[in-house]
Write a protein that binds this ligand. Sequence first.
Ligand SMILES: [Zn+2]
Length: 107
Amino acid sequence: MADKQLKLFFSMLSGEMFYVEEDEVKNIDKSCIPLKKKPHNCRKCFDRFHIGREVFKNYYIPCPRCLRLCGDFENMKDDVVIENAKSVAGIADKDMLGEIMKSEAKK
Ligand SMILES: [Zn+2]
């Protein structure tokens, strides 16, 4: 049953979490954020991992709390792309993602 290692991702475009087999990870869309675990008892996002939709840019805003707790920063791609133009880092300037990633990088 659990022969293959499954990796959890959150798609900023669909707003959904999903599992991918380890050897398929390389095919993952760059708008997806790798997660170490699912959110648990989060009052901000109700364990959906997103806190709403950025309607103008058409992506889901990751929950800052869960991103900090569940984000797989070691496997986070620097060039995560939203709408083929905006990187997660670019979005982060306006959201909290950048601050979180910076603080993680210092560790
Ligand atoms: Zn949350």
